[in-house]
Design a protein around this ligand. Structure first.
Ligand SMILES: Cc1cc2nc3c(=O)[nH]c(=O)nc-3n(C[C@H](O)[C@H](O)[C@H](O)COP(=O)(O)OP(=O)(O)OC[C@H]3O[C@@H](n4cnc5c(N)ncnc54)[C@H](O)[C@@H]3O)c2cc1C
Length: 409
């Protein structure tokens, strides 16, 4: 009874896709999930809307993959973003594409994505064992023969796929235990790091602007004065520093460089050159010469940014704008165009979107996802040392590697 063709450990995006593919190939598949439901992490993706994939070309998929992109060639070409969209469309999920080619379910409900996958597995006869934690692997003579659960149950299968996720948002079930299992099989783990996070700043004034979202701003990330990243979009001030979409992406660059002289420069008015902005400010001041500086600032920045701006420019809030000198006006322009933050670190795993690092790709066959150390053992998803930027690219990694493993087992 406890014998299966394939045992898949982890019922997240990667594990479910592996189970779907293997069961379509008429394998007797057991999917083991420690939670009482499948795809817990999927439910919180894309702020509950699930950015399933990105409708770009494969070249761009590779560009958006941060580490070990070459490892992903076979997986992306076997089961691409287009295949992912087809998978969901063929099972009745209507999709839509938003800004940046981000693909979402039309319903804006991540639960619909999870449910489509869960129903697919049920239809294909995948046996799902919930509330079960895999504690160790059964290996003899470098061949996998099964797994042992926390309660001591031995489950037998000559093919095992580990799809245990990374170690961010631990409450979703991915707490890094997959790395313990991989190590047991003799695999090297590249240090897991919290990635796509908010960042701490030396400047504590961000607390005063906490909750303020800045839209259409330009964020430039530098390390020792070298530009790492620049993009126009949205960011957010927080009690600890900075967050929001642009900052999450910028944070990934600092993972590789470290934080020594790491800076983020915010351009609040990227559509105007310094000269044009200066002229516009002078014109506005001339139109209402008796207006107080703090009131004039409300036209330039969100209300919660007024006090920080007064502090950063060093101009009194109650000063009439016609009293503001040329030097002070230049300081205002400089503050708006080059608001600089010293970055001291990234937020931890508790709020990291993904884990960078994981099972070394050197020890996994990229064409099959099979371990080079233990026959019959496969890996899929975030637990592998591959990660990507935001935009649907991390789920794409999970689905593509999951499918490839499911195709080979
Ligand atoms: C807040 C947030 C938002 C995100 N939004 C997006 C987005 O919109 N688009 C995008 O592309 N990516 C997004 N991501 C990233 C994406 O969710 C992950 O990269 C992806 O879900 C990884 O899938 P996975 O199957 O590899 O791992 P997981 O989804 O983490 O699944 C692993 C599963 O394995 C189970 N498990 C672990 N160990 C064991 C064990 N020993 N025994 C049994 N079961 C075990 C866990 O319970 C878990 O269910 C987001 C992540 C977060 C945290």
């Amino acid at each position: 009874m406890n014998k299966y063709d394939v045992i898949i450990v982890g019922g997240g995006a990667a594990g479910m896709m592996a189970a779907s593919r293997a069961s379509t190939r008429h394998k007797r598949v057991l999917l083991i999930e420690r939670n009482k439901r499948l795809g817990t992490k999927i439910l919180i993706t894309g702020k509950g809307r699930c950015n399933i994939t990105n409708d770009c070309d494969i070249e761009e998929l590779l560009n958006q993959t941060c580490r070990n992109k070459h490892f992903m060639y076979s997986a992306y070409y076997t089961f691409s973003n287009t295949s992912i969209m087809e998978y969901f469309k063929n099972r009745g999920l209507v999709l839509k594409t938003e800004r940046g080619k981000r693909v979402f379910p039309q319903s804006d409900r991540a639960a619909d994505v999870r449910n489509v996958m869960r129903d697919d597995l049920q239809k294909n006869g995948v046996i799902i064992q919930y509330n079960t934690m895999v504690k160790s692997l059964l290996i003899t003579d470098n061949q996998i023969i099964g797994v042992i659960t926390e309660s001591g149950q031995e489950l037998i299968g000559t093919k095992v796929v580990l799809a245990c996720g990374g170690q961010s948002y631990k409450l979703t079930g991915s707490d890094g235990y997959g790395y313990v299992l991989a190590k047991q099989a003799g695999h090297k783990i590249i240090e897991p790091k919290a990635s796509l996070t908010g960042v701490y700043t030396k400047e504590s004034w961000t607390e005063k602007a906490m909750g303020v979202t800045m839209k259409n701003v330009k964020v430039t990330a530098t390390y020792r004065n070298k530009k790492l990243y620049e993009e126009i979009g949205e960011m957010l001030f927080t009690h600890f520093g900075l967050s929001g979409p642009l900052i999450l992406t910028a944070s990934r660059y600092f993972l590789d460089t470290g934080y020594d002289q790491a800076k983020i420069i915010l351009d609040v008015k990227p559509g105007l050159s310094e000269e044009k902005l200066y002229k516009r400010i002078c014109r506005d001041f001339d139109e209402n010469p008796k207006k107080q500086y703090d009131n004039a600032l409300r036209k330039l920045v969100p209300a919660n940014m007024v006090i920080p701006m007064i502090m950063l420019t060093g101009i009194n809030g109650d000063k009439q704008v016609n009293q503001i000198s040329k030097e002070e006006r230049k300081k205002l322009v400089d503050t708006l165009k080059n608001m600089t933050f010293s970055i001291t670190g990234g937020r931890g795993f508790k709020e990291a979107i993904i884990t960078a690092g994981g099972v070394s790709t050197k020890e996994i066959n990229p064409s099959t996802m099979e371990s080079k150390k233990v026959k019959g053992l496969y890996f899929a998803g975030e637990m592998i040392d591959v990660d990507a930027f935001t935009g649907g690219f991390n789920l794409t990694i999970a689905f593509s590697t999951g499918y490839l493993a499911g195709e080979q087992v």
